[in-house]
Design a protein around this ligand. Structure first.
Ligand SMILES: [Zn+2]
Length: 220
C-alpha cells in the first residue's frame, strides 16, 4: 500500500507537470509565477525510486525532465542501460515503470523460461516506451500512458538456445509450453505493473504485452 501511495503522488505530479509550461528542468521562479499548489514532481519519491532501482541491480542514467505538445511529457524518467540482459527499443521510462520492468525481467521472465522452456531468456524485444498518442491510437481518446513515458510494449523473447518466442506467433500458437510461458510472464506482469494488456484484451494487442504504471489495476 505504501508503494502504491507513493506512486499516486508521483503520477499526480506527472499529470500536473504536463499541464503547466516549464523549461528543461527549470523551476518556476516564485517572483514571476504563482507557486504551484502541489509540487510539479515529488523529489522525495523520485530519490526513493532511483535508490530502489539501483538496489534492484539496474544501471541507468537520469534523463532531464521534458514536456512536449498535447500533454505529453518525460518527467522523472531514466534510460535503462543494463538490467542483466539486452532489451531492444527502450527509451525514456518513468522510474516506477523502469523499476517494475527491471524486477519483472530479472525474476518473472527467467523463472517462467526455466519452468516452461528449459532455456534462459537472453534478449527481450520491445516496441518501445515513449510515444505521444491517444489510447489505442483513437483520435479524441485520453492520452496513452506511452505519452507520459509510463508504458512499455513487449513483443518477443530470444532464448539462449536460439529460439525466438513472440506474442504474435506463440500466444495462440501450437506449442503449449510457449503459450504457458507467455501467460506466465503476462500474469507476473499483473503483479508488478498497474495495467497489463495482452492479446486477450483486444486485437490491437495481438502482437505485444502492454505494461504501464498508470491508474489501475487492470489485467487482461
Ligand atoms: Zn502499449
Amino acid at each position: 500500500m505504501v508503494r502504491r501511495a507513493c506512486f499516486l503522488v508521483v503520477m499526480a505530479g506527472v499529470v500536473l507537470a504536463s499541464c503547466v509550461p516549464h523549461g528543461h528542468g527549470e523551476r518556476p521562479t516564485p517572483s514571476h509565477r504563482p507557486a504551484p499548489s502541489r509540487p510539479v514532481y515529488d523529489e522525495a519519491a523520485r530519490r526513493q525510486c532511483l535508490a530502489q532501482l539501483t538496489a534492484d541491480g539496474a544501471h541507468y542514467s537520469v534523463l532531464p525532465d521534458r514536456t512536449f505538445g498535447n500533454g505529453c511529457s518525460a518527467i522523472g524518467t531514466v534510460q535503462l542501460s543494463d538490467i542483466g540482459m539486452p532489451v531492444s527499443n527502450l527509451g525514456a521510462m518513468t522510474c516506477p515503470l523502469a523499476d517494475a520492468f527491471t524486477r519483472w525481467t530479472r525474476d518473472a521472465t527467467q523463472k517462467a523460461a526455466q519452468a516452461w522452456l528449459s532455456s534462459p531468456v537472453v534478449k527481450i524485444e520491445s516496441f518501445g516506451t515513449y510515444s505521444c498518442r491517444p489510447v489505442n491510437n483513437v483520435a479524441g481518446a485520453r492520452l496513452s500512458e506511452h505519452g507520459l513515458s509510463n508504458a512499455v510494449d513487449i513483443s518477443g523473447f530470444v532464448l539462449s538456445n536460439g529460439r525466438r518466442i513472440t506474442v504474435l506467433n506463440d500466444w495462440n500458437g501450437p506449442d503449449e509450453y510457449a503459450r504457458n510461458f507467455l501467460r506466465a510472464v503476462h500474469d507476473a506482469g499483473c503483479r508488478r505493473f498497474s495495467v497489463v494488456l495482452g492479446p486477450d484484451a483486444n486485437a490491437l494487442h495481438r502482437n505485444h504485452l502492454h505494461f504501464d504504471m498508470g491508474p489501475g489495476p487492470y489485467c487482461k
